[in-house]
Design a protein around this ligand. Structure first.
Ligand SMILES: [Zn+2]
Length: 480
């Protein structure tokens, strides 16, 4: 399916009245929307702290009540062995319309005044054009814009149900690593079925450069434990005549990359989706200031895979990183031993096309080949997160871009995310592409003191979704 150009031309004739109807509706309901959001932000739904468990439940119930008020005919609080998620559903009534699942979370990171907040993190305040509170951007603000957005969509189009089937899944454990999310999605896969997933738990490039993120890297992690002699032994009596596990660990790490900083594990790059020329051009168009980025990185130089820019390296190339290495004597002074053991902790960021199981197998084979006789090893992999990527010409992505450029009145560019997240589970279990619609900016201070959201951008989020559902339904229909 592709988006037809004539559709764009017809649309431009109707833009003005639709835009003004949406904006008028938002303006009229802005104050009540912000009051409601502030009420939600006052609930300290910190999933990491057991004494806040009742608050996380209260946050789920609060949201469920608001979603009912918004008009969702089905709203449920879904328990998990940990914190509850909130599910809401609003069918479009049109069997040819696509169904979209919105993902976000209602739990927040811990916060206390003494961490350096200028005001109580759970007593929202507006200073200038910013709303300060824990969760203002990550993620309550970005979840909540969907409530006013769908109402603006209905008001501006005169519809009684959204133009697309709309489902919301707002989890309560994201800030604790989503331990029960995958099981929840698998268990409820039928209810959650959707043609596309929209994640509103991300950001844009900057206030002046609205962007849509098109993919996220995956993650595979392992620990390799190396054992040599059965105990630490004298380096004078035995040194030079038996293998040393710390030396083996260092050699293993040194063998991980070649001289072009490419990962040297055979088979590691098998099947990867390469960047297209167009994607590379689009990355290059972003106003990227490498010196500034380096200062944020607190590093003195950039370094990485030959033939790729910094943005390509962090967004679209797979990596191998040494997260930890150890073994032998760590105390003061010296101790002349051959240690009995050593360890290496590695992580691999994966891109579309890479299969975590294949990477695991490749790493196991590679490690076994590197190690000398007499060094035994044991590799433990943690559960992997898959990468996700939506092609630029995907019709749902095109709709997000059009809706966002109407709201922001300018071009929308593309980014990707170098990190990894639970959205990949939705892609894998539901078999639906994942799109990222976030209005947060880097200065919002996620997980930091004085987290805030820019009110203008928050309302642009509302506006974007008000256009998005109609655009999606118009341009991406199920064939009868
Ligand atoms: Zn978040």
């Amino acid at each position: 399916m592709s988006v037809r150009a004539d559709r764009l031309v017809t649309m431009s004739h109707t833009v003005d009245s639709a835009v003004s109807a949406v904006r008028a509706y938002i303006e009229q309901h802005r104050a009540a929307f912000l009051d409601d959001l502030a009420e939600w932000l006052r609930i300290p739904s910190v999933s990491a702290q057991p004494d806040h468990a009742p608050d996380v439940r209260r946050s789920a119930e609060w949201l469920a009540a608001r979603l009912e008020e918004t008009g969702f005919p089905t709203v449920e609080v879904w328990p998990t062995p940990g914190a509850p998620a909130v599910y809401a559903e609003w069918p479009s009534g049109d069997p040819r319309a696509p169904t979209v699942l919105v993902y976000g979370h209602h739990d927040v990171q811990p916060a206390a005044r003494e961490d350096g907040w200028d005001s109580d993190p759970f007593e929202p305040v507006v200073r200038g054009n910013r709303l300060y509170a824990r969760g203002a951007a990550d993620d309550k603000g970005q979840v909540f814009f969907h409530t006013l957005g769908v109402r603006a969509h209905l008001a501006a189009t005169g519809r009684r149900a959204p133009a697309v089937g709309l489902k919301l899944l707002i989890e309560g454990e994201e800030e604790s690593g989503s331990p029960h999310f995958r099981a929840l999605v698998e268990e409820r896969a039928e209810r959650l079925a959707a043609d596309a997933v929209i994640v509103s738990d991300t950001g844009m490039w900057s206030e002046d450069t609205p962007t849509v993120c098109t993919g996220m890297r995956g993650l595979a992690e392992c620990e390799i434990r190396l054992s040599g002699p059965d105990q630490d032994i004298h380096s004078g009596s035995f040194g030079g005549a038996v293998p040393n596990p710390a030396t083996a660990a260092a050699r293993l790490v040194a063998a991980l990359h070649d001289e072009h900083a490419r990962v040297a594990v055979p088979g590691f790059y098998d099947g990867i989706v390469e960047l297209t020329d167009r994607e590379r051009e689009l990355f290059a168009e972003l106003p990227f200031d490498e010196d500034r980025w380096l200062r944020t990185a607190r590093s003195r130089a950039t370094q990485g895979e030959a033939g790729h820019t910094t943005l390509e390296r962090v967004w679209a190339r797979p990596t191998a990183e040494v997260n930890g290495i150890g073994g032998g004597y760590q105390g003061p002074g010296s101790k002349t031993i051959i240690p009995s053991s050593a360890f290496v902790k590695l992580s691999f960021r994966l891109v579309a096309g890479q299969d975590p199981a294949h990477v695991e197998k490749a790493v196991r084979e590679w490690a076994a080949e590197q190690l000398p006789a007499g060094i035994r090893h044991e590799i433990t992999f943690s559960p992997a997160t898959r990468p996700c990527l939506t092609p630029l010409d995907h019709p749902a992505l095109q709709s997000v871009v059009r809706a966002m450029s109407r709201a922001f009145e300018g071009p929308v560019r593309f980014t990707r995310e170098g990190g990894s997240g639970p959205a990949a589970d939705l892609q894998e279990v539901l078999g639906a592409p994942v799109l990222f619609l976030g209005i947060s900016v880097p200065s919002d201070g996620w997980h930091a003191p004085n987290e805030k959201v820019e009110l203008d951008l928050l309302l642009k989020g509302v506006e974007t979704t008000a256009y998005l559902w109609g655009d999606l339904a118009d341009t991406w229909r199920h064939e009868p």
